[in-house]
Design a binder for this molecule. Structure first.
Ligand code: NDP
Length: 283
């Protein structure tokens, strides 16, 4: 039977630590501040943004939310980002994705000052992560590394298999695991015989977006299984990319969905905003 990695509990512990640091920083005159921009009415994005605002309140951060209409032009969005770039109260800026189709996400993200790009999506910040000298860590992979650390899970020399190669999860996940001395294999939709790789994983990270793709016969006895997937069925019920019932008996550690990786992502966003505020305070 596996030990359940409790992302909710770990996240609450880290938020307490962040809250204490934020209070000290605020007392010295710098309250960490996050600005969140949402364009359009995407219901899932509305929930994410609300959760980010709530999380800021919980740890004593200042926050601003900009809910812009779907017809917002690139020029209007750029003007807002420039205003926030220059605002000393704001240490982190994030533009909630997905953006409406007429807005070029890459060009928009490029407008955010790299020192305020707390999602770590800009070319400069991705480059720094690749070079092993990160300013901020990408939130979801950073949350996973923090879970591994806090559960004392050894990474050195382990074979980590990441299923998924997106820019926000799979690719940076592989880089962080490589930095933690894992031997890393990245799989994707064109991988031939996925199970051949997953069966050899000491640490398996599933970041695909396909409910219960990873079955019990695809994992090794004693594997650490990290499930990033957040898939909703027609009734709105959430499931991961891992078939929990089948995989849990074989795993040594496993993250549940919900309550595993999910709660850590916003916590790491808070951590990055705190890092940015500390840097600003030291300038
Ligand atoms: P993307 O859709 O951007 O990427 C999915 C990846 O999975 C792609 O690299 C794709 O390959 C690969 N893939 C698709 N089908 C298969 C398959 N059958 N076998 C192997 N690989 C496959 O998704 P994201 O990375 O943004 O998100 C992945 C999941 O994680 C989603 O469920 C998302 O909701 C969730 N998520 C959860 C977060 C959290 O905080 N818990 C945060 C972010 C995401 P290819 O590149 O070839 O297309």
């Amino acid at each position: 039977m596996a030990q359940i990695i409790d992302g909710k509990l770990t996240s609450a512990q880290i938020r307490e630590e962040i809250k204490a640091e934020a209070a000290t920083l605020t007392a010295k005159g710098t309250q960490p501040g996050l600005a969140v921009i949402i364009v359009g009415e995407d219901p899932a994005s509305q929930i994410y943004v609300r959760n980010k605002e709530k999380a800021c309140d919980e740890v004593g951060f200042y926050s601003e939310k900009y809910a812009l209409p779907a017809e917002t032009t690139e020029a209007e969005l750029t003007a807002l980002i420039e205003k926030l770039n220059a605002d000393n109260k704001i240490h982190g800026i994030l533009v909630q994705s997905p953006l409406p189709k007429h807005l070029d996400e890459k060009r928009i993200v490029a407008q955010i000052l790299p020192c305020k790009d707390v999602d770590a999506f800009s070319e400069e910040n991705v480059g720094k992560i690749t070079l092993g000298t990160p300013r901020f860590l990408p939130c979801t992979p950073a949350g996973i590394m923090e879970l591994l650390k806090r559960y004392n899970i050894e990474t050195k020399g382990k074979h980590a298999v990441v299923v998924g190669r997106s820019n926000i999860v799979g690719k940076p996940m592989g880089l962080l695991l490589l930095g933690a001395d894992c031997t890393v294999t990245t799989c994707h939709s064109r991988t031939v015989d996925l199970a051949k790789y997953t069966k050899d994983a000491d640490i398996l990270v599933a970041a695909v977006g396909k409910s219960k793709l990873i079955k019990g016969d695809m994992v090794k006895e004693g594997a650490v299984i990290i499930d990033v997937g957040m898939n909703r069925d027609e009734n709105g019920k959430l499931s991961g990319d891992v078939d929990f019932e089948q995989c849990e008996p074989k795993a040594s550690y496993i993250t549940p969905v919900p309550g595993g990786v999910g709660p850590m992502t916003i916590t790491m966003l808070l951590q990055n905003t705190l890092t940015s505020a500390k840097e600003a305070a030291n300038k």
